[in-house]
Design a protein. Sequence first.
Length: 153
Amino acid sequence: MRMLRVKATTVRHALNIWPPLRGAGITVKEISENYDYAKVQLRALPWNRNIVGVHFGGSLFAMTDPFWMLLLMKHLGDEHVVWDKAAEIDFRKPGRGTVTAEFVLDSARLAELRTAASGGEKVLRWFSADVVDSSGEVVATVRKQIYLRKKRG
């Protein structure tokens, strides 16, 4: 859990050279210092397009994969277990060019999660992020179900 004490800029740089993201053309543009915001982009490259020339769905999904869990781990700290439990993607229109996803974690949601997990029981919550194209149109909506609970003993 040493990652929880690392500066956001260091995490951003590490994610930008991490092969699963880098190889897919995914760039982490920003992670706020207090870990309540992240912005990610996916460039259209020859190897991340599907047979009809638009973004491969797996790349759209991959660009959103670690971020809700990462933001929550930072806020909830070592005293909580945080895992991705389930995920789904709703493709709205073909993705072309550079697409972007933003993740915003607000203090009210964090307070609700801490309260829900305070007794040690498991908590399941859904989080979503839209993937948008350069004109702001939604290409896909990705939902992630996060499992969390307070660590025992």
